[in-house]
Design a binder for this molecule. Structure first.
Ligand SMILES: CC(=O)SCCNC(=O)CCNC(=O)[C@H](O)C(C)(C)COP(=O)(O)OP(=O)(O)OC[C@H]1O[C@@H](n2cnc3c(N)ncnc32)[C@H](O)[C@@H]1OP(=O)(O)O
Length: 422
């Protein structure tokens, strides 16, 4: 390896970069190795031309010169409002820097290049799912959708609502052939019920389903799709021998990796099946922070909240567009100062809301609200309230009445939930 001073060479990925990209990606994300050729072709096809940036180290003449990669999907998310507005979002993903080139500004250089593109293309938002919670705030991203993890003890978990006396099954196991015919439309319906919902296009669906089909590990079952006319769930069971060693009895657990219900009835009936899985002791699932299951069972301690994670990070690229497109639940007339040290997309804005509709204009008046653009992202979809954020010292307002007015106006009908990892 050359020992000459480190220089970055950054460009958009071309044909010859892809083999190294797959090697780098697999190594950074602790995969056994690059995927087979057919999978590589499908993964590449999910990116637009020019949407993948790579950095090479021209000082390296032997060995791999690829120092970093970052890419984005062209995505859509639901934002708060009725009917729910849908916005374009650049979905940052595949970010990795070679272990040999860490902390030399490779990520920063790639981010700067991608921001230039997103701003030129007028994306109002960028979104990502983060490996670590400490990386992206410096680039103006804030955690914007949370998920609670439930671990449910089945022998204690019984629904209060009786089963329909007719005994007719409202939930069925989907046949493999139905998955791509039925689930995308159901998921689409679900996206209009939740702020933060990440929409899926057909290539994403195919990748997801292929991934579920291919995923196999000792003691893990194949995935099962439960289908209701207004929702679905996907789960698998894990039957590890050590769980049965002592008692000799089955002590398997189930992991639910998709649960999308567009009605209360679908939520209840899908859970009726999942809470009655024989030979299974616990079920784990990620849910929105306002999920009603603990209230729907006779013993609320059967539903243990075992974690809370930041699932989706949001970056507001166009503050006036973002503030104008979402709906509000209270009137407001405030001057807000938004600080954006990384991209200078902030400024001082007058936000006037009347009957749920916002008007935003640049202002030279004295601000009564000050916050960082990453904090605005955390408030935007409703994951955190202004009063909570002010209590943490992350939001300044000129007085409690203004904080309370922000709480009322920015409240959302439902807690945000992204539902898709990318
Ligand atoms: C959306 C996604 O794809 S999330 C996936 C992110 N990728 C991974 O987690 C894979 C493994 N990790 C990596 O590949 C790398 O460590 C990366 C991409 C996280 C960082 O790459 P680097 O090139 O080392 O970062 P770079 O040198 O540009 O640092 C930029 C800034 O981020 C900071 N930073 C970098 N990594 C981290 C981290 N893991 N935690 C906290 N801060 C970090 C640096 O200190 C630097 O701060 P400053 O410039 O504000 O002082």
């Amino acid at each position: 390896m050359s020992t000459s001073a480190f220089r970055l060479e950054l460009h958009r990925a071309t044909e010859s970069d892809w083999p190294d990209i797959f090697v780098n990606d697999a190594r950074a994300f602790l995969q056994p190795g690059p995927p087979p050729a057919a999978e590589q072709a499908k993964a590449r096809a999910m990116f637009g031309d020019g949407d993948v940036v790579v950095v090479r180290d021209p000082g390296i003449t032997t060995g791999q010169s690829l120092a970093g990669v970052a890419a984005f999907y062209r995505m859509r998310i639901t934002v708060p409002g009725t009917p729910a507005p849908v916005a374009r979002a650049a979905g940052l993903s595949w970010v990795s820097v070679a272990a040999t080139h860490r902390r030399r500004g490779v990520l920063r250089a790639m981010m700067s290049d991608l921001f230039d593109q997103w701003e030129a293309e007028n994306f109002p938002f960028a979104i990502l799912t983060a490996t670590e919670a400490t990386i992206y705030e410096r680039f103006g991203f804030g955690p914007a959708c949370l998920a609670d993890k439930y671990t449910i003890t089945l022998d204690k978990a019984h629904l209060r609502a009786e089963q329909d006396s007719s005994g007719a099954a409202t939930v069925t196991f989907a046949a493999a052939a139905d998955v791509m015919k039925i689930l995308p439309a159901l998921h689409d319906r679900w996206t209009s019920t939740r702020p933060g919902a990440v929409h899926r296009d057909e290539p994403h669906w195919r990748t997801l389903v292929r991934g579920y089909d291919a995923e196999s590990a000792p003691h893990r079952s194949a995935g099962h799709y439960l289908l209701h006319r207004d929702g679905y769930a996907h789960y698998r069971t894990i039957d590890e021998p050590e769980n049965t060693e002592n008692s000799g009895a089955y002590a398997a657990r189930a992991e639910v990796d998709e649960f999308f219900a567009t009605t209360d009835e679908a939520h209840r009936e899908l859970w009726r099946v999942l809470l009655n899985l024989d030979l299974v002791t616990t079920v784990s699932v990620d849910v929105p922070t306002d999920d009603p299951l603990p209230l729907a069972v006779t013993d609320m301690r059967s539903v243990d909240v075992t974690g809370r994670d930041d699932k989706l990070w949001l970056r507001i690229l166009d503050v006036p567009a973002a503030l104008t497109m979402r709906g509000y639940r209270g009137d407001l007339d405030v001057v807000i100062d938004v600080e954006d040290r990384s991209r200078d997309r902030g400024g001082t804005f007058r936000l006037q809301v009347s009957d749920g509709v916002a008007q935003v204009s640049a202002s030279s008046a004295e601000p009564v609200v000050r916050l960082d653009i990453s904090v605005l992202a955390s408030l935007y979809l409703g994951a955190f309230t202004p009063s909570m954020t002010a209590a943490a010292g992350r939001l300044w307002t000129a007085g409690p009445d203004i904080t309370a007015a922000l709480d009322r106006a920015w409240a959302t009908d439902r807690a945000p939930f992204a539902g898709t990892y990318f």
